[in-house]
Write a protein that binds this ligand. Structure first.
Ligand code: ZN
Length: 238
């Protein structure tokens, strides 16, 4: 069994959108697996080989296991059933209690497509006659990153305090040296390699952190209201 599985479309997505949460959970001794749906082969900067090394180095920083699903970059949406099947195989293999993925409606077609495929897979994984030659498995919960590039993000259902894991998130992001702002890497300019994107990652963490009165936060959406058995067990608001 795995405590949490984080699925991103491209090899740097989980770090950008939920890297602090991954680091926090791993630091607390939870078993966390990160899955990249594609090798990022359509990326403007970096080769798939470079990106595989970067992803592995970032996983070392985060202290998590990392797998790649080998789905086609830029074209996940063209075959959602195939993507769903690949994710069902992953779920039945990793057996995560909680799954995290991009939110539906994300501006990037791959993010949107893997979000759909993961939602379908969380259902199909428990269907006995959906045959992958593996034992069926039902994850308990599915949460979504609040991370579309929408200028005014959706109101989150919960925010994780990542203040203590912010430095680890930044260190993991820096390992994606072909992708993020990095003067030492020569390649065509992209939004994510710009100083503005780096600034935005920090400002968003500050924005979401401010919602819960901490320095840095990462925000998530849920499909249904979260069950709380003891409302008095929630952390104090400072
Ligand atoms: Zn992406």
């Amino acid at each position: 069994m795995t405590d949490a599985l984080f699925i991103g479309a491209h090899p740097d997505d989980v770090e950008i959108l939920a890297g602090g949460t991954v680091a926090r959970l791993a630091h607390a001794g939870r078993k966390v697996v990160v899955a990249d749906a594609t090798r990022g082969e359509m990326g403007t900067r970096g080769t798939p080989e470079e990106r595989a090394v970067e992803a592995a180095n970032a996983a070392k920083v985060l202290k998590v296991e990392r797998v790649n699903l080998g789905l086609p970059d830029g074209r996940i949406s063209e075959d959602i059933p195939a993507a769903t099947r690949r994710v069902v195989q992953l779920l039945r293999d990793v057996r995560p209690r909680t799954v995290f993925v991009h939110e539906a409606g994300d501006h990037h077609p791959d993010h949107n497509a893997i979000s759909q495929a993961v939602k379908f897979a969380c259902f199909q994984s428990n269907v006995l006659k959906y045959d992958t030659g593996q034992e069926r498995f039902k994850p308990s919960r599915l949460f979504y990153f609040v991370g579309s590039r929408a200028r005014w993000p959706r109101n989150p259902d919960f925010v994780v305090d990542i203040t203590d894991s912010w430095d680890t998130k930044v260190a993991a992001l820096r390992e994606h040296r072909s992708q993020v702002a990095n003067k030492d890497y020569k390649g065509p300019e992209t939004f994510i390699s710009s100083d503005i994107a780096w600034h935005m990652i920090e400002m968003r963490a500050g924005f979401f952190g401010a919602m819960i009165n901490v320095r840095y936060g990462e925000a998530f959406l849920a499909d249904a209201p979260l069950r709380i058995d003891d409302p008095l067990s929630l952390p104090d608001v400072v």
